[in-house]
Design a protein around this ligand. Structure first.
Ligand code: ADP
Ligand code: MG
Length: 317
């Protein structure tokens, strides 16, 4: 199957040239994140559980990239490796061309559950990412001023996301969607350029989830941070992403790469586009295959896993 970007044709040569120039800059700029052949097996006594097998992927600066794969395939493990909490047995991680394998502090992370501290107000929770980040401006005299400024900026953000009235409220008084927005702001206001979002909406009901997807889409289109996003919703991945990496069943390897052809800004209506529906159907087929493999492996399992991947990656655009 082959799908192409919708009409972005420009009648002006100058535009063409400008775009060619931008493409040149993009290709010569090192990626915000590059995973190069990451492999990991959890080892216990005499058995070994291979979880990731030579996973390679790229997030360019300002790109929204999704990872999709069956439950238990190793997606969160990959985030733990990127965040420096786990060391891969093989492979390297580079950010902007620099090897950061095993190092912490380079990413902002939004876990599956909002993980707000119940004893801190909403405002103090979203300032946490900045407090924990290493400070470059260590001058004690300027600290109080910059703290005041950070609070002011955080308050403006809270207003923007409809939480202005909840700045001084405690998390338990916020709805699930509000807590997610606060957790997202905490990641957004952290100084690290790359955000890792691990199934941020999976605990929400369908309507709240759809609202949050629209909200994230608009926030991201305004702010263009580099994002790596885990989801197991195909529709969510197609709606939000520039590119999607489809992971196999465990041990996870990349089996498909999709350059999402829909222009931005995107809105919910895109999900009704016949090409969107077609992509969704194709990807559902892929995911079903992977799920069956995982089920088979669980049925045959003694913990040790056979390699189900054919080693090939299919790239679609
Ligand atoms: P996903 O996020 O794709 O659902 P995970 O990365 O959480 O999957 O887990 C992948 C596999 O690795 C699962 O089978 C899980 O049980 C196993 N696993 C995760 N963390 C550990 C660990 N610390 N020790 C042993 N096994 C683990
Ligand atoms: Mg997970």
């Amino acid at each position: 199957m082959s799908l192409h970007p919708t009409d972005l044709t420009s009648p002006h040569m100058a535009d063409e040239q400008q775009r060619a120039g931008e493409a040149q800059v993009l290709t010569s700029t090192p990626p915000a994140l590059e995973l190069d052949g990451i492999s990991l097996a959890f080892r216990e006594k005499r058995s070994s559980l291979p979880v990731l097998q030579e996973v390679s992927l790229t997030v360019k600066p300002g790109e929204f990239v999704s990872l999709i794969g069956p439950s238990g395939s190793g997606k969160s493990t990959l985030f733990h490796i990127i965040g420096g909490l786990l060391q891969p047995q093989q492979g390297r991680i580079r950010m902007h061309g620099r090897d950061i394998t095993g190092e912490r502090g380079h990413i902002s992370y939004m876990p599956q559950q909002p993980a707000l501290f119940p004893w801190r107000t909403t405002l103090d929770n979203i300032l946490l990412g900045q407090e924990n980040a290493p400070r470059k401006d260590a001058a004690a005299s300027s600290r109080s001023v910059s703290e005041r400024e950070r609070r002011k900026e955080a308050l403006q953000w809270l207003e923007q996301v409809g939480l202005g009235k909840f700045a001084k409220a405690y998390p338990h008084t916020l709805s699930g969607g509000m807590q997610q927005r606060a957790a997202f702001l905490r990641a957004l206001l952290s100084p690290q350029e790359l955000m890792l979002l691990d199934e941020p909406f999976s605990a929400l009901d369908a309507l709240t989830r759809a609202d949050m997807q629209q909200w994230l889409l608009q926030m991201w289109e305004k702010n263009r941070r580099s994002v790596l996003f885990i989801t197991h919703s195909i529709e969510e991945a197609l709606l939000l992403s520039d590119r999607i990496y489809v992971l196999s069943a465990r041990p996870a390897s990349v089996v498909h790469v999709v350059d999402v052809p829909f222009p931005r800004p995107r809105r919910e209506e895109i999900t009704l586009d016949p090409r969107f529906v077609e992509w969704k159907r194709t990807m559902t087929g892929w995911m079903r295959e992977e799920k069956y493999k995982l089920d088979d492996n669980i049925n045959n399992a003694e913990g040790v896993h056979k390699n189900t991947s054919d080693g090939g990656v299919n790239h679609y655009e």
